[in-house]
Design a protein. Structure first.
Length: 261
């Protein structure tokens, strides 16, 4: 392993072990029916998905909010299923690979406090365009890569992605871009980075977490979904408009996938 790689892993490990909620049992036990449903529709290589997961969503594991949240991740986003049944991803084949790997991780470790650190780790690498190093997340988190590799190779990962495609396409109202953040069935549109305020407002149980105190005034309400956001990844009408960079990334993913097969 090259020295710079070792150093970057150490940095990532530091970032990951700084989640107290992952290391300690959560202080409040809240029944599942009382929890606020938070679903995040995203795709692995959309920069704003990466940022949302690594700079906003991770906070609920730090501040204890995860104890009142039923968090579901949906790694599919703006991908499309072509007429021959293959999935075409907005940012090319690497994105399809990483979406599927994340779907497998969610399947293999169904508890969110088990799969979120893995998804976080991969998205943190993606954020620095180090996505080819995603397998280092197994090492960093001391996780067994075999069940995830088996899920990918057996085609189960593809089936899981088809399931996420169905759930994404069934969204009502339909998603306009990713990340698409939904709290108790209501999309937050462009106010999504404020999701903690919406969770606190939606929570009807006792033991309101400390993190909620004094937040309600922060809700400004979602704005319409016109194409005014520069940082999100909009759903495309046509999957054919790909940049040369995406094509380059795709050909690299092809060689990785053929090594795996
Ligand atoms: C990505 O790679 C660069 C160059 O090797 C490194 O400096 C950076 O820390 C890496 N990022 C992560 C999150 O590992
Ligand atoms: C399926 O369709 C996609 C997009 O139309 C194309 O790129 C791909 O080569 C096709 N795959 C097969 C196995 O025919």
């Amino acid at each position: 392993m090259e020295p710079h790689r070792r150093r970057s892993n150490a940095v990532l490990l530091l970032l990951i072990v700084s989640f107290p909620a992952i290391l300690l049992p959560s202080p409040v036990a809240v029944a599942k029916e009382e929890k606020v449903e938070l679903t995040v529709y995203y795709e692995a290589l959309c920069p704003s998905s990466e940022d949302f997961i690594t700079e906003y969503l991770n906070k609920i594991f730090d501040n204890g909010l995860i104890s009142i949240v039923d968090l579901k991740l949906s790694p599919y986003g703006n991908a499309q299923i072509s007429s021959n049944g293959t999935i075409v991803c907005q940012h090319g084949k690497w994105e399809c690979l990483l979406n599927t790997i994340e779907a497998c991780a969610i399947h293999v470790w169904p508890d969110v406090s088990d799969h979120f650190p893995f998804v976080y780790c991969v998205e943190r690498l993606n954020q620095d365009e180090n996505y080819t190093e995603w397998e280092t997340c197994f090492e960093i988190l001391n996780l067994d890569s075999k069940p995830v590799a088996d899920c990918y190779r057996s085609g189960l990962g593809h089936k899981l992605e088809i399931g996420y495609a169905d759930e994404t396409m069934a969204l009502e109202p339909p998603h306009v871009y990713v990340p698409w953040v939904v709290v108790d069935g209501q999309p937050l549109y462009d106010d999504y980075t404020n999701f903690i305020s919406y969770i606190c407002k939606a929570y009807k149980g006792s033991n309101l977490p400390q993190a909620c105190l004094g937040l309600s005034h922060l809700i400004r309400g979602p704005r319409n979904a016109e194409k005014h956001l520069s940082h999100v990844c909009y759903k495309e009408d046509d999957v054919k408009s790909k940049s040369t960079l995406t094509e380059f990334i795709s050909s690299m993913a092809d060689s990785w996938i053929s090594l795996l097969a």
